[in-house]
Structure formats: structure tokens, C-alpha cells
Design a protein around this ligand. Structure first.
Ligand code: HSE
Length: 432
């Protein structure tokens, strides 16, 4: 007997899902042993869209029709955002329909609540597509390495930022012109803020860290910085240091607690994550027992994300068909704790500090005095040949220092008359 699907949202993800469900129906049926049938599609523009499915499929602009339809077993929420999407998901779960969603923002904010609601109604909520599109990272954390204890997780979770950073690295063009190119190519949105300011990556890290560490981590708990300040010269200096720069999402269990951050960081050039270029995503995980594993693939796109949705649909369809009462939580833990991550200022790391100055004598001496006052040791001073004495970028790298000390020193340095913009600090992440 078939299991039926109602698909709400026919944007990028919805269309990819529909295409795969339709074109790949034979293979899906062979794997499941029964058909997975699209019963209804819903979109505000359903009338004007060319929809690749049989004419028997219900087409509607009203999501409530899909959620209430007694012949639909699983609802796919593919509209994104947090308002209507929440009503759709709560409505479907309340009707005892399982839900498959691609919605990282909503699941990062309210996932634990929605899972409780699903549980109370004896149904499931699945969200593989919410993080790193085509990489089955939820399945890995929920099932593949569930027997391990995750100690560290590092990710490149925003394809747009990674595309922009690696283009700056390759072409030496400035952020603004690379962003414009990314927008033209369709890699960046007209309003790029969610991507380049780290907010999209932050939601994804909140979800992955919940799966990895069993804590209900809110995105606002995660220290986040975007990539707008990274300049081509930062790559030149980073390369001199045998490093590169990536928007690194980090979740690390330390003796004192969990550290979480999303920020542009220097990483060693020979690290596996340094080879992740363009719009790709990757996640590197260290387990206490299984040690290192690495996952790589497309983080977005209609079809890679569609595969994630369809694979979730197949898993949930099997549960429905074979009546599985013990569902695995989408967060890998039956219950999530409410632990807060450690404040970033307590973190101790080497830092890359880039200064842009109007050149004159005594600048290094001034900086060295202030850094020494805050007990920060200098590891190296790097200066490329001077092209313009009115805008000279140079770099100081430090010995491992508390971020609080770095922040305090930089506040003091900010008032120096030789600076033409505030100093820019990035941690130098090691150990992977
Ligand atoms: N905008 C995201 C990215 C893809 O650039 O990775 C969707 O999560």
C-alpha cells in the first residue's frame, strides 16, 4: 500500500523534491517495497507554475487543505521562514501527520518543542535538508555515529560565504565586487546578510551542536561574526603563515564546557577543511572512540536538498508502513538539556591581528607596549612591501591568549591616531 505526501512550497527545494519523487519513483518504490505518492502540492503560485507531476495531484494555494486532507500521510514543509512554516508544521503534527522540513531557522529556534509535539501525537518530524543540503549529516549524527561521544565538530556550513572567501583568495578581488559576482551567478541573495553575516551558518551550527552534544542551543547563544571585513591581503598574510581563511563553524567540548562560534578563522592550509572551496559545505567530526570522520558535498541547490527531503520521506514512510513506535529523535537525544555555551572571551587561542595604518615611525612599538600590558605575547610581525604609506596593512600574530585580553587590548589600540580602520582579529584554529 502506498504512503502519500502533501508538498507545501514549490520554491527551489520543493521543486527539486517533486522532480526527484516523480522522476525517481521506480527506484524509490523498489527500495521501499511500496510507492511514495504525491497527493497534493501547494504554493501561492501553483496556478502559474509548470508542475512536473500527474494531473491527478491536487493543486492548491491553501496549505490548510493539505494539512487537513485525510488521505495525506506526510506533509513536506518547504516554504522556509518561521511564521507560516510553524503553523503548517504544528497543524500537520496536530493532525497526526509526520512532517519533513528543510527549515533550519525554525528548527534551530523551535525544533525541540516541535519534536515534543510530534512525539505527543505519535508521529515524526525529520529535517535532514535543514543543514548542509546534500550531505546526510543528520543521519550520521543521529544514527551513523550515535554510539560515539562527539568531542569536536567543525563545519563550513554556508556555501555563499565559502564561495565569496575562496573567490577573494583566488582572484584577489575585494569583498564587494566578489559579492556582486556571487549575486549575478545566483550564489548570493539580493539581501546577502543572512549568508555573509553568519546567521544562516549559526542556525545550522545550533542544530548540529544539538544533535552532537544533546543541548538545546539557541542560535543567539552562539558567538557569530560574518565575512565582510576579510580583505584579499588577509589571504596573502594567511598564506605566509601557511594558513587560509574560512567561515568556520565550531563546536568543541572542553573541560570547562562547550565552546561554540561562527567566525572567519585562520585554519592550516594542509587541513582537510582548507581544501573545501566554492559553494561546497563540509563537516569534520572527532569522536572519543571512532576518532575523525569527514563529510563533504553540496550544501544547497534544488536537487541535492531535494535528495535530503526525499530520503527523509522514505524513512518516515517506512515507519508509517511498518508501524515503528520508537522513533529516533531528530536531535539524536531523547531530551535536550538547556546548557549555555561558554562565553567566547574565556577562549585561549593564538590570534591574527590585522592593522591598517597611515605609516609612521613607532607604530610597532606602540602596539607591542599595549599587547604586553595585556599579557599578550607576540609570535610574528608580518609586513608585505609597502605600496601606499597612507594605507599600510600589516599583521601581528600572537601566542595563545584569552579573547578577553585581545578585546581589551584592541579597544585600547583603537584610539591610536595612526589607524585608518579598527583592527581586525581572527582566531587561528588548530588541531584538525
Ligand atoms: N544560503 C545557504 C548557503 C544555503 O549559502 O549555504 C541554504 O541553506
Amino acid at each position: 500500500m502506498e504512503v502519500t505526501v502533501g508538498l507545501i512550497g514549490l520554491g527551489n527545494v520543493g521543486q527539486g523534491t517533486l522532480q526527484i519523487l516523480t522522476e525517481n519513483a521506480k527506484s524509490i518504490t523498489e527500495k521501499l517495497g511500496f510507492p511514495l505518492t504525491v497527493k497534493a502540492v501547494c504554493s501561492r503560485t501553483v496556478e502559474s507554475k509548470k508542475i512536473a507531476c500527474p494531473s491527478s495531484v491536487i493543486r492548491t494555494v491553501n496549505w490548510r487543505e493539505v494539512v487537513a486532507h485525510p488521505g495525506i500521510d506526510i506533509v513536506v514543509e518547504a516554504i522556509g521562514g518561521t511564521a507560516t512554516a510553524r503553523s503548517i508544521i504544528e497543524g500537520a503534527l496536530g493532525q497526526r501527520k509526520s512532517v519533513v522540513t528543510a527549515n533550519k531557522e525554525l528548527m534551530a529556534l523551535r525544533g525541540a518543542e516541535l519534536w515534543s509535539l510530534a512525539n505527543a501525537n505519535g508521529v515524526n518530524i525529520a529535517m535532514e535538508a535543514s543543514v548542509a543540503g546534500g550531505i546526510p549529516i543528520h543521519t550520521v549524527l543521529r544514527e551513523g555515529i550515535a554510539g560515539d561521544k562527539v568531542v569536536e565538530l567543525y563545519g563550513i556550513l554556508n556555501g555563499t560565504s565559502n564561495f565569496i572567501l575562496t573567490e577573494i583568495e583566488k582572484s584577489k578581488a575585494a569583498f564587494d565586487s566578489v559579492l556582486a559576482e556571487a549575486q549575478q551567478l545566483g550564489y548570493a541573495e539580493a539581501d546577502p546578510s543572512a549568508d555573509v553575516d553568519g546567521l544562516d551558518a549559526r542556525s545550522k551550527l545550533a542544530i548540529l551542536a544539538a544533535l552532537a552534544f544533546g543541548e538545546d542551543l539557541k542560535p543567539s547563544d552562539i558567538y557569530t561574526e560574518g565575512i565582510r571585513r576579510v580583505m584579499p591581503v588577509d589571504f596573502q598574510y594567511a598564506h605566509q603563515l601557511k594558513h587560509t581563511i574560512r567561515l568556520l563553524c565550531l563546536a568543541r567540548q572542553t573541560e570547562d564546557g562547550l565552546v561554540l562560534s561562527v567566525r572567519p578563522s585562520l585554519i592550516p592550509r594542509d587541513a582537510i577543511l582548507a581544501n573545501v572551496t566554492g559553494a561546497y559545505n563540509a563537516i569534520w567530526i572527532r569522536g572519543l572512540y571512532g576518532e575523525d570522520t569527514f563529510y563533504y558535498g553540496r550544501g544547497a541547490g534544488s536537487k541535492p536538498t531535494g535528495v535530503a527531503v526525499v530520503s527523509d520521506l522514505m524513512r518516515v514512510a517506512r515507519e508509517i508502513r511498518f508501524g515503528s513506535p520508537d522513533r529516533v529523535s531528530p536531535f539524536a537525544h531523547e531530551r535536550l538539556g538547556a546548557y549555555k555555551p561558554l562565553p567566547i572571551p574565556t577562549q585561549k587561542l593564538p590570534y591574527y591581528l590585522r592593522f591598517r595604518v597611515e605609516d609612521k615611525a613607532g607604530i610597532i612599538a606602540t602596539l607591542a607596549t599595549i599587547l604586553a600590558k595585556h599579557n599578550i605575547g607576540i609570535d610574528a610581525v608580518l609586513q608585505l612591501p609597502r605600496e601606499d604609506w597612507r594605507d599600510l596593512p600589516f599583521v601581528v600574530t600572537t601566542e595563545p591568549a584569552r579573547e578577553q585580553a585581545i578585546r581589551d587590548a584592541l579597544i585600547e589600540i583603537r584610539s591610536a591616531d595612526f589607524l585608518i580602520e579598527p583592527p581586525f582579529a581572527m582566531p587561528m584554529q588548530r588541531g584538525f
